[in-house]
Design a protein around this ligand. Structure first.
Ligand SMILES: *Cc1c(COP(=O)(O)O)cnc(C)c1O
Length: 383
């Protein structure tokens, strides 16, 4: 019988389980010290071999011709939007349920964010939610593969093609997430990745990249990231741009960490499966679902509950860290108050902000810790 060997909640010793803990990962990776030392010995801290190597390795892993390293994922999105050379003030459709970079970069690039609600089951855009937002001024859609879940990129791509608009993918939470066996990020005109330390592929600082199959776009992004000068030229300013470089030390570390990305994603996946099993009887919470024909990479394992805040408080009293991604849907933040949206415009996103709770799902979490977290939730919901 399920759970026959389950310990009583009180049988566990005092536990302290952080929401995320990178130090555990680094302990299993002593070669990273040597990696940093080698860069220091060579004395080149901007550009150079490690950056070129990483761009090559990451492009190869995703089976796409071009990868351009950037300083972070936000810059990657901004550079894509700039490089597409859209008319000023274009409307760009973006999910109401995401984090700030997916919306703010639209404004920074001189365009207008048009928020769109997400699907209640999968928490990503759908062709239906997007289509009703398309106008004659729409020039692009940003699909966010949120939490590691693939947004329906096949269908979104068809929709964008039918309307002659660009599809941009935000893959900051979806390193090697698959849709029909193909990695997300390879469906649209270009995709942005973040290697922020907590992401599935994380640097030890800020880092990001753009991937694209379009040679012309790749060149424009390189230029824009290098003050408008086509690299390796330093002073051949074809336009104004920004400074957004993938740091050499971070690139060297990412080259090593990329070798174990599949393994770490598999570990996240088995933790998510374990939660799904252990929590399946708890009717009061809604478990995350994976879209059919996709491979979720579980950057975030997000449950939903009408008693979210009390649940979070209870976990915290039991020494379990959790997080809320996100406390407010973007259209309702002060930053976008000028758009004058109401809850009725994005009912799903508004509801999610009240209900979501992210449980620890980092790869180094032990089976005992996962059991403890599940038991902790159970003790609250059964009480
Ligand atoms: C992390 C993240 C970004 C931005 O990445 P940074 O590297 O922190 O700039 C963009 N979009 C989403 C959905 C993210 O989670």
């Amino acid at each position: 019988m399920r759970g026959s060997g389950r310990k009583n909640f009180r049988d566990y010793p005092d536990m302290h389980i952080p929401f995320f803990d990178l130090t555990r990962q680094l302990q299993s990776w002593p070669e990273l010290n040597e990696t940093v030392r080698q860069v220091m010995e060579r004395g080149q801290f901007i550009g150079g071999e490690p950056v070129q190597q990483f761009e090559k390795n990451f492009a190869k892993r995703l089976n796409i011709p071009y990868c351009i390293g950037t300083a972070n994922g936000t810059d990657a999105l901004y550079l894509i939007l700039k490089a597409l050379q859209l008319p000023a003030g274009s409307e760009i459709i973006t999910p109401a349920w995401s984090c700030m970079p997916t919306a703010e970069t639209i404004v920074l690039a001189g365009h207008q964010p048009v928020f769109c609600d997400v699907d209640d089951d999968y928490m990503v855009l759908t062709p239906e939610t997007v289509e009703c937002k398309i106008t004659s001024r729409t020039r692009a859609v940003i699909a966010v593969h949120l939490y590691g879940q693939a947004a329906p990129v096949h269908q979104l791509k068809q929709l964008c093609e039918a309307h002659h608009i660009h599809l941009i993918e935000d893959c900051a939470q979806a390193h090697l997430t698959l849709e029909d066996g193909k990695p997300v990020g390879t469906f649209g005109a270009a995709a942005a990745f973040s290697f922020y330390p907590t992401k599935n592929l994380g640097a030890l600082g800020d880092a990001g990249c753009v991937i694209t199959a379009n040679a012309e776009l790749a060149l424009r992004i390189r230029m824009l990231a290098n003050h408008g000068s086509p690299p390796p030229e330093q002073y051949d300013y074809q336009s104004t741009g920004i400074n957004s470089r993938l740091d050499t030390i971070q690139a060297a570390l990412l080259n090593v960490k990329l070798t174990r990305l599949d393994e770490l994603n598999r570990k996240r996946r088995s933790i998510a499966e374990r939660y799904n099993y252990l929590l399946s009887e708890l009717n009061e919470i809604r478990l995350p679902r994976e879209r059919a024909n996709t491979c979720h990479t579980w950057h975030i394992y997000c449950i939903r509950s009408g008693r979210r805040d009390a649940l979070r408080e209870h976990l915290s009293r039991n020494g379990v860290g959790s997080h809320i991604h996100y406390p407010v849907a973007l259209p309702f933040t002060p930053a976008f108050a000028y758009l004058k949206h109401s809850v009725a415009d994005f009912p799903v996103a508004a509801q999610l902000a009240q209900e979501v709770l992210s449980l620890p799902v980092f790869p180094e979490l032990t089976p005992e810790e996962v059991e403890f977290i599940a038991e902790s939730l159970r003790s609250f919901l059964k009480a």
